[in-house]
Write a protein that binds this ligand. Structure first.
Ligand SMILES: Nc1ncnc2c1ncn2[C@@H]1O[C@H](COP(=O)(O)OP(=O)(O)O)[C@@H](O)[C@H]1O
Ligand SMILES: [Mg+2]
Length: 365
């Protein structure tokens, strides 16, 4: 995800004309006479997989608005080592078994020869997404301009959405089971993050701050991890489409996994704090009342019947995971010559002060 001081790096080396030709050929194999028109790449809230919007126009001129998600181009110094599009597709199928709104899936393409990369097609959902660039905590966007009662309604409905996603039938989700070492889903999850961090710093300077954060996690490790649920992963309002202030589609399953409920809650709360803290650092007020940790926890308990625990652990873990992503994005910008390498790699982590404060146990006051 891009942030105010990290301009969105280039993502694609793919040629849109070539993609359009491939799309038409592919569509023709399952809907003869139909074509792809109006291809656009949205001012996206992310920078990993590629999102392409287009209209599927059939022989009778009927139009179906669609979204194609393609795995990131491996030559583009990707944020993550792997883009498993089938896994994302299956997560959406699983989420569709709950009452949470997800886009209707149309087609999965696993063969990279068809469109140039594996991907899937879904219907486009009308609505609006809280922006990341500039973040919704800055002025000049619909969420910031809304009234307190409207934001409170969006907050309540979004937490209820999390609780609903966590009712997905994970017993049937063998495809999501981790193969990382560890005797619990949380241990496996953290070990996967350690492997991701090792991949990011391979041949590059390590981050002392991230390593301190991993050590601190061990000290805060939950005594009881609770039930294992479908963890959406990049669980935040910037991955929800709203109509008015009501969620109408959950997006972005790139970071999905199995694990405790609090994985998503910690990420949900922290990613707001990330934007909020940056906004304050820029001398603005932001939205200090919005997505308050205690209130979100209470709303989740009400919506799910489960009282979240160990939020100090899970918000620290979210800040740590986000720091690894930031470090990778920083190394990517250095790789493309967009920024010089700093002497201290921790300077690539925009929220280093917040993370440091969490490690020291003085962030939440
Ligand atoms: N099914 C969809 N309907 C409408 N818009 C979509 C849909 N899927 C993605 N988008 C648009 O594309 C943007 C990026 O999608 P997302 O899945 O969050 O990918 P990423 O953050 O990895 O780029 C969204 O913010 C939204 O504007
Ligand atoms: Mg996204």
């Amino acid at each position: 995800m891009a942030t105010p001081s990290t301009p969105r790096p280039r993502t694609s080396t793919r040629d849109p004309e070539e993609l359009r030709a491939r799309l038409d050929a592919w569509i023709g194999t399952w809907q003869p006479g139909a074509t792809a028109t109006g291809l656009t790449v949205p001012q996206s809230n992310g920078m990993s997989s590629e999102t392409v919007l287009f209209d599927l126009r059939d022989g009778d001129g009927q139009v179906r608005p669609c979204v194609l998600r393609l795995a990131a181009d491996p030559d583009a110094f990707t944020v993550f080592p792997r883009y498993d599009m089938e896994r994302q597709y299956r997560c959406i199928e699983l989420a569709a078994r709950t009452k949470a709104p997800v886009p209707r899936l149309l087609r999965l393409v696993t063969d990279p020869r068809v469109l140039g990369a594996p991907g899937f097609l879904m219907e486009r959902v009308e609505g609006r997404v809280p922006p990341d660039v500039m973040p919704y905590t800055y002025g000049g966007n619909w969420l910031h301009e809304a009234g307190d009662a409207e934001r409170a309604e969006l907050e309540r409905a979004s937490v209820a959405l999390l609780a609903e996603l966590h009712t997905a039938p994970v017993a049937e989700a063998a495809f999501l089971r981790s193969t990382a070492p560890g005797d619990t889903p949380l241990r496996q999850h953290v070990n996967e993050q350690r492997a991701y961090y090792a991949w990011v710093v391979e041949g590059r300077p390590p981050s002392p701050l991230i390593e301190r954060a991993f050590a601190r996690l061990e000290q805060l490790w939950p005594a009881d991890e609770g039930e294992t649920v479908l963890s959406w992963g990049d669980a935040r309002i910037g991955n929800v489409i709203y109509q008015g202030f009501t969620p109408v589609a959950v997006l972005d399953w790139e970071m999905a996994a199995l694990g405790p409920r609090e994985l998503d809650l910690g990420w949900f709360v922290f990613l707001h704090r990330f934007f909020q803290d940056l906004t304050v650092a820029f001398g603005q007020q932001g939205l200090p009342e919005f997505l308050d940790r205690e209130r979100v926890v209470a709303q989740y308990a009400r919506a799910s019947g489960h009282t979240p625990r160990d939020l100090d652990f899970y918000t620290l873990y979210a800040a740590l995971r986000h720091a690894v992503v930031m470090l990778r994005i920083g190394y990517r910008q250095i790789h493309f010559g967009e920024t010089p390498a700093p002497e201290d790699p921790d300077r690539l982590i925009l929220h280093r002060d917040s993370l440091e404060a969490m490690v020291a146990g003085r962030y939440w006051g």
